[in-house]
Ligand binder design. Sequence first.
Ligand code: P6P
Length: 339
Amino acid sequence: MQKVTTLGEFIVQKQEDFPFAKGDLTSLLSTIRLASKVVNREVNKAGLVDDILGSSGDENIQGEVQQKLDIYADQVFIHAMMTRGEVCGVGSEENDEFIAFDNPISRNGRYVILMDPLDGSSNIDVNVSIGTIFSIYRRVSPVGHKAVLEDFLQPGTSQIAAGYVIYGSSTMLVYTTGNGVNGFTLDPSIGTYCLSHPNMRFPDYGNIYSINEGNYIKFPEGVKQYIKYCQIRDEETNRPYTSRYIGSLVADFHRNMIKGGIYIYPTTESAPNGKLRLLYENNPLAFIAEQAGAIATDGYQRILDIKPTELHQRTPLFIGSKKMVEKAMEFMRDFKDFN
Ligand code: P6P
């Protein structure tokens, strides 16, 4: 029988990639693994129980209605981090300010986590795939004290790990620590993540473009021209491309990484800086994309190079197959003065 590598075994095996690590990154990734299983259990039965579906009636700092599962997932991950000691603080989409854990163990934590605990949650009630996105940094403030804002406002190039969980037809955890991207599928019969997608690579080309064309009228001219480019027949470049947009970032990104494609969330009338958040959506997915041979920009510059100034900062996102994003950036450059 073929030996299956579990996520736990893989994390320990890869610990050698971090000679300086004292096993706390290993422990931290295991904490995320456990918390994701708890969230997965609730996501999977969301349609069966009344008290976990629907909105909480509150709004987050983004002005977005919080779903009950959003808040549940946020609390599960925060509690898991708070009780394990490796982490001194968490920045989350669901909390206006970052949370600095104020207990003797956590103050000695060497890492901070930025996360979107349940992205795409407006899709929960209609049974569409949703996801958790996380990003891990070493703290820049001194150990032994509470985390400070500067620990969270680091450029994406400083990430030491990033990943996502996709709660879909199966539940997968995909992550990188800077040595490639690996995907693990949860086997619900034994409650264990098993290595199912080793060394994931983003195809250089694809024929899928993902964008909410409902915002077309107010798109930058370069985006409009790129969409037309995708739709014009050209046998040599396998066009017209196919439009696929789930409205759940993790699901669109995951499909495009496997099949090849580009996801674009540009500036729009209602989102003049783009809708997606730099610290806990764009940076972690950009790290994964680059580790899988793809690229991620804001239309002009590399996402990972952007120096954050605010916890919930938004940027446009062009992410996916290298040749497709490069072509989209050509249009953004050529039509920059036509907006
Ligand atoms: P729109 C979900 O709210 C999300 O943050 C991403 O998961 C998704 O890709 C995007 O917003 C959808 O936004 O404006 O197209 O509905």
